[in-house]
Design a protein around this ligand. Structure first.
Ligand code: SF4
Length: 401
């Protein structure tokens, strides 16, 4: 029984996913009003070894020695993983020991204004930060941040990280299969918190990246044709940044809020923006999810913008650009939307069939956000395939025979 590893979840199409939790419940830099992990008990910006990285590495080493390789390892859990000062060391360990395994990080992104945090995530294959508001008052209302988080610094951190990560991935993919030293960092710093100063990318690493790229294919309608032969469905490709925005009806969806969010998104320039909403209106009292129609309108609003004259191509002034936006939440028709993953549904069923779990447990096991998990729980409840029972640690879900 591992203490810091969760899963893995075997599933027909997802492959094998292993979760890693680097902070204990519930340490976070935010205390979001929609957080379904419960209230933040330690609201902090202090980076330290909340979980000793040696123990996590020991568990990973034991796992690697005794189990088949998972397809990916995801840093998530019920708190902010970048608060652990050694996250870079753990990522480095995985990439050195098992370069064929891809690493994903789910983060609220509030610490990305720190250079050492940006550096520590560069080797991750998938980074999924979030941003729910770009106006200070709304940010405070929705995310109830630590008092020292400034919304401008937060957004600037996302801008800096995205630009640095894209440059890193571009350079990485342009390297040949021969070993080459990669000067990846700001100010030529090392690639992470680890002792790895050379960041040599061997053929194994590149082969692993290519292998996983084959698996990570988009569910965007535009990419559907290419995903038809894939084992694994993700709504973003490997090596990309997916920015999640969670919309709460009447709270962060005013025209002013959406315009500020759009401006921030244009600056951040993530590879994809994923719009989400609460999936279970009853989970938090007093807040309601956005309707699917509203999410579609927001998607349309965020998707296109006119290039400012100062940035426009001289031959084609005023040329419209677009942001890649997708909806990852839906109401009654969620099974009809492209991001609904039958494989995730199977993974949840397989997991709780063996042992009843809370939504938080499932989030750790699958490496998905709780808001994402809840949409599957709701659907399975509606279909009568699962039921819940309230216990001391929370609401547990089990299969219905
Ligand atoms: S939703 Fe995520 S970022 Fe917000 S309080 Fe919960 S764990 Fe922290």
């Amino acid at each position: 029984m591992y203490k810091y590893l969760f899963g893995p979840v075997p599933s027909r199409r997802l492959g094998i996913s292993l979760g890693v939790d680097l902070v204990t419940h519930k340490i976070c830099s935010l205390d979001c009003i929609y957080c379904e992990c419960g209230k933040t008990t330690e609201l902090t910006l202090e980076r330290r070894a909340y979980v000793p990285h040696e123990w996590v590495i020991k568990e990973l080493g034991h796992y690697f020695d005794n189990h088949p390789d998972p397809d990916y390892i995801t840093f998530s859990g019920s708190g902010e993983p970048t608060l652990n000062i050694n996250i870079g060391r753990v990522i480095d360990f995985i990439k050195k020991r098992k370069p064929n395994i891809s690493v994903a990080v789910l983060t609220n992104g509030t610490l990305l204004n720190q250079k050492e945090v940006r550096n520590s995530l560069l080797k991750a294959d998938l980074v999924m930060p979030s941003l729910d508001a770009a106006i200070s008052s709304t940010f405070k209302a929705v995310n109830r941040p630590h008092k020292n988080i400034d919304i401008k610094d937060y957004i600037n951190g996302l801008v800096d990280f995205t630009s640095m990560y894209k440059a890193f991935r571009r350079k990485k993919s342009s390297l040949s299969d021969e070993n080459k030293t990669f000067p990846c960092q700001e100010n030529n710093a090392s690639c992470s918190d680890s002792d790895d100063k050379t960041n040599s990318l061997g053929s194994d690493d590149k082969a692993a990246s290519l292998k996983f790229n084959d698996k990570l294919l988009s569910l965007n309608s535009g990419d559907k044709a290419s995903s038809s032969s894939s084992d694994v469905n993700f709504s973003v490709r490997n090596g990309k940044i997916a920015l999640e925005i969670l919309i709460l009806h009447g709270i962060n969806d005013s025209p002013e809020d959406l315009t500020a969010l759009k401006d921030a998104c244009i600056k951040i320039a993530p590879d994809v923006i994923q719009i989400n909403t609460l999936d279970r209106p009853g989970a938090v009292s007093g807040i309601t999810p956005a309707s699917f129609n509203e999410l579609e309108q927001i998607k349309s609003f965020l998707s296109s913008y006119e290039t400012p004259e100062s940035e426009s191509d001289g031959d084609n002034p005023g040329n419209d650009k677009s942001l890649n936006v997708e909806i990852i939440a839906a109401g009654r028709d969620r099974k009809k939307i492209s991001s609904y993953r039958e494989d995730m549904e199977s993974a949840i069923l397989e997991t709780i069939h063996r042992r009843p779990c809370t939504a938080d447990d499932l989030s750790k096991v699958t490496g998905s956000r709780i808001t994402e998990i809840n949409k599957y729980i709701s659907t399975l409840e509606q279909k009568g395939e699962i039921a819940s029972v309230k216990q001391k640690r929370g609401v547990f879900y089990h299969t219905v025979k």
